[in-house]
Design a protein around this ligand. Sequence first.
Ligand SMILES: Cc1cc2nc3c(=O)[nH]c(=O)nc-3n(C[C@H](O)[C@H](O)[C@H](O)COP(=O)(O)OP(=O)(O)OC[C@H]3O[C@@H](n4cnc5c(N)ncnc54)[C@H](O)[C@@H]3O)c2cc1C
Length: 386
Amino acid sequence: MDFSLNDEQKMLIETVRRFIAEECQPLEDEIEQTGVFDNAKAQALHNKAKALGLYGMNMPEDLGGGGLSNLDRILCEEQFGHTTDIIIRRAFGNVYEPLLHCKGEQIERWLKPSIEGTRTCAITITEPGAGSDAAGIKTTAVKNDKGWVINGSKHFISDGEWSDFFLVSARTGEKEISMFMVDKGLAGFTVGKDQKMMGLRGTPHLELFFDNVQLEDAALLGEVGQGFKLAMGALNVVRLAQVGARAVGKASHVCEIMVGWANERKQFNTKIGDFQMVQQMIADSVIEINAARWMVYHAAWMLDQGMDAREQIAMVKVHAAETLGRVVDRAVQVFGGMGFCKELPIERYYRDARIYRIFDGTSEIHRGVIAKSTMKKGAVLFDVNR
Ligand SMILES: Cc1cc2nc3c(=O)[nH]c(=O)nc-3n(C[C@H](O)[C@H](O)[C@H](O)COP(=O)(O)OP(=O)(O)OC[C@H]3O[C@@H](n4cnc5c(N)ncnc54)[C@H](O)[C@@H]3O)c2cc1C
């Protein structure tokens, strides 16, 4: 068992870390204050990241991506956690794995432009009546002689404003869900309001409405009836990368700032970090961050071995998201009033962290998956060499 990082991995981490510190973090305050990421600045950031080969790193090399293994991708995603959602989207991309099911003309129309960063895509599964129950969607796609006609609506769609097309899950039969690539601007496809959120300032979360939207046959991604599998497959990787690894990165970022404050701030003529109750908050944070990190790396390693890591990723989703929540909560406490005050970014980290327990499957849903699998499979999920 070798826990060391090789030289290439260390260099990858350093490159992403430096890019985030020099190019991304300086943009955060303005986005937080205005609530928007200025288009020209977003494009300039995108161009810089692309020139360094940092865009679409999860995609295969022969298609123009970075060709990273799951573990190497996770090392980058952990660093992404040191900046904000909308900045990550523009700099590094959100090229969803289901797009790799593109065939024939779909490759030039949707897949390659996504990897190149000339087209952006959002994933749309959630509906007002179907969140945790992703199979309970009401949006339908009905076959006609020109292709498919979509009707229905979605909500909470991250980055919908910037996106050029959408991966849309729709019911194609009573018990059948398929996935479609729907271009913005098609007749009958309208974008609703931006649903304002507690955090993640700068990332729009949109409602989408489909009113008899005519799609070509080429818009069907994968096979008819494969949509639920594609959506769940995509979310599995998203949970590990964009939730698990980023939560570890965010918690590390906040912990470092918290430790710095504990070392500087004095009360009663004593560094507050010398008070045992503050030390406990630091120690618990460090213990939990390390535990979460190794869970993330292990699940990524399992994927690289071709193993089924669904339960391990569910465990990562719960543990990393909840670790982040506890660490940012302690950071607010250690900063005292300044932790609550908008003059410092601590209160922003606190608000931004809250969604991690909700999106991409709530903690309750994942605990249900873990418990049911454990009752079925037994000790293989918690004991060694079983
Ligand atoms: C900021 C943000 C960004 C998002 N981005 C996207 C996106 O880009 N694309 C997309 O498709 N969706 C997106 N979502 C949707 C997100 O994935 C859902 O909000 C999430 O899956 C929860 O669904 P819900 O909000 O409908 O809650 P509900 O499913 O209504 O759940 C409400 C509560 O009931 C609990 N609950 C539900 N079922 C069970 C059960 N079986 N057992 C125990 N407890 C249960 C939940 O855990 C929760 O506590 C986003 C949401 C937010 C807030």
